[in-house]
Design a protein around this ligand. Structure first.
Ligand code: TRP
Length: 336
């Protein structure tokens, strides 16, 4: 039988603190689904993370926690290449070369750079500006065909395509020019406190989001406090009843039911019972994930093994691209 080469898909996440159930539905579950259909490279982007100041011990700890969480959620290191960005030095090496094909002006115009400059006015470092070029290096090293992107990263993928095409235009075909992978419109999970806004891990009010690490009591309490309305009727209407609709969305996903089934189930019920049921459904899903994450974190040998073999697989793929690039730009190479 003819073997069909699967398309390469690249994605990465930064090891920043809290992940919410919104991140779980929007990002983690996608990694799990995509690993079956594509040749996936998944990185923990710790090199991107240091563009804002990090506490070293916390960064180390979060790296392992994130790895354990992804594996606990079903990312399978046998099916994909799961690795830590800093373990593959080719990222920094390719970034340097790509820097010389990137204009300062186009980096200054990036919207995320501009907003980060405002948010971190005391530390506008070169890395903050160079962040998209490191992303381009990540993606281009693996000759990725597809990159799943949310709205906030779209501009970065655009610049990656520009840099790749620019380089290919000068040196001949070197990089695959990646396409955005448009994710199936997943459910949008909103804030529990301001249900017109997206649920965000950086919300100053922790009652607004459910963290993947929240225990059952916390989950129940946060749903109990969730903002609803005064109609006392569990029905889906995003315009008139954004709070209740958001809770229905969450319930339908976590309980594996349709919105209509959920509406029916809570017909005639008050919000108190409804909120408790939503809390139960979410807590029941989180508990086994949290237990598995904890078990994995206690088995550092296993986690290290995943990272070691991931780094080796990634390095093998990355090295090919890097030496091709070095050859094309005229870096003298030794025969080996
Ligand atoms: N910058 C991305 C984020 O914060 C993470 C990231 C790093 C990434 N390298 C990447 C995403 C390459 C896609 C492709 O979400």
């Amino acid at each position: 039988m003819e073997e069909v080469k699967r398309k390469v898909l690249y994605s990465a996440v930064q090891p920043s603190g809290i992940l919410t159930i919104g991140n779980y539905l929007g990002a983690i579950k996608n990694w799990v689904d995509l690993q079956n259909d594509y040749d996936c490279f998944y990185a923990i982007a710790n090199m991107h993370a240091i563009t804002v100041r990090q506490d070293p011990a916390t960064l180390r700890q979060r790296t392992l926690e994130l790895l354990a969480l992804y594996v606990a959620c079903g990312v399978d290191p046998e099916k994909c290449t799961l690795y830590l960005q800093s373990h593959v030095s080719a990222h920094a090496e390719l970034q340097w070369v790509l820097n010389t094909f990137t204009y300062v002006g186009e980096m200054e115009r990036m919207t995320q750079y501009k907003s980060k400059c405002l948010a971190h006015a005391d530390n506008i470092n070169m890395g903050l500006m160079d962040y998209p070029v490191l992303m381009a290096a990540d993606i281009l090293l693996y000759q990725a065909d597809l990159v799943p992107v949310g709205a906030d990263q779209k501009q970065h993928l655009e610049i990656t395509r520009d840099i790749a095409s620019r380089f290919n235009g000068i040196y001949g075909n070197t990089f695959t020019v990646p396409e955005p992978y448009i994710l199936k419109a997943g459910a949008k999970i909103n804030s529990l406190q301001e249900p017109d806004k997206k649920m965000s891990k950086s919300d100053p009010n922790p009652n607004a989001f459910i963290s993947m690490a929240d225990d059952k009591d916390t989950v129940m309490r946060k749903f109990k406090r969730a903002v609803t309305d005064s109609e006392a009727c569990v029905r889906f209407d995003e315009v008139a009843k954004p709070g209740v609709s958001n809770l229905l969305t969450i319930y339908s996903i976590f309980a594996g039911k349709t919105i209509a089934e959920a509406e029916k189930e809570f017909e005639g019920n008050g919000y108190g019972d409804f909120k408790a049921a939503v809390g139960e459904a979410v807590a029941d899903k989180l508990a086994p994930i949290q237990a598995e994450q904890k078990r994995l974190l206690a088995d550092k040998g296993y986690l290290n093994g995943i990272l070691a073999s991931g780094a080796e697989k990634a390095f093998r793929a990355a090295r090919k691209t890097l030496s091709k690039v070095y050859r094309k730009i005229g870096f003298y190479q030794l025969d080996r």
